[in-house]
Design a protein around this ligand. Structure first.
Ligand code: HEC
Ligand code: HEC
Ligand code: HEC
Length: 114
């Protein structure tokens, strides 16, 4: 019989499973796979974002990017933008929060566009 209680238990079990999928062995969060952004008009090549190169496994500062700048629920989704554009990045948003500041800037296209 499906009661409100068994439905609630199902929801809790789903939530716990969801969290278990994020937490990897040893309690460190399991990093998402590399993500290739869809290419906008005139994009000179595919840009792939890699958590592996952006997260220090010993001090995973997920909050540098989540949830304020990037959705953890929808792959590739920059908060506040439908698609990632240079116009926003040049103003310090999306990847431009760091690139052009403490990380390499936008002059060498092939550092990002492959
Ligand atoms: C340097 C910024 C940055 C840091 C730090 C970062 N992320 Fe992300 N994250 C992104 C970007 C950019 C995306 C969008 C691309 C993508 O979907 O992989 C994303 C997407 C995600 C997604 C949703 C998409 C997917 O592929 O599943 C999850 C889940 C996620 N990150 C988890 C984490 C966790 C857990 C940490 C900490 C261990 C973390 N992130 C640290 C930038 C970051
Ligand atoms: C929280 C700061 C931060 C954010 C946000 C960030 N990066 Fe980076 N990224 C770095 C740093 C630091 C490096 C190391 C290279 C350096 O020091 O110049 C790096 C390296 C890279 C590299 C070279 C290593 C590799 O993975 O091939 C690429 C490409 C790259 N970033 C793309 C992106 C893209 C695309 C985005 C947005 C989706 C992004 N980054 C967002 C800080 C950041
Ligand atoms: C730090 C990483 C990075 C560098 C360096 C970079 N781009 Fe991009 N660029 C992106 C990301 C992320 C996107 C969004 C995905 C896409 O459209 O391919 C993008 C999108 C674009 C787009 C389509 C959307 C828009 O904003 O018009 C063009 C055109 C573009 N880049 C040109 C360039 C050129 C030309 C250079 C070199 C002078 C360059 N990019 C360097 C990350 C970068």
């Amino acid at each position: 019989m499906t009661t409100a209680w068994t439905r609630a238990k199902g929801a809790v079990a789903g939530l716990v499973l969801g969290l278990a999928a994020v937490a990897g062995a040893g309690g460190l969060p399991k990093l998402p796979a590399d993500y290739a952004f869809p290419q906008g008009d005139g994009s000179p090549g595919k840009v792939t974002f890699s958590h592996a190169t952006h997260v220090d496994a010993k001090a995973p500062a997920c909050i540098a990017c989540h949830p304020a700048r990037w959705s953890m629920l929808k792959p590739g989704q920059a908060v506040g933008f439908e698609a990632v554009k240079h116009e926003a990045m040049e103003k310090g948003q999306a990847c431009g929060a760091c690139h052009g500041k403490q990380a390499f800037g936008f002059d060498s296209c092939d550092l990002c566009h492959k």
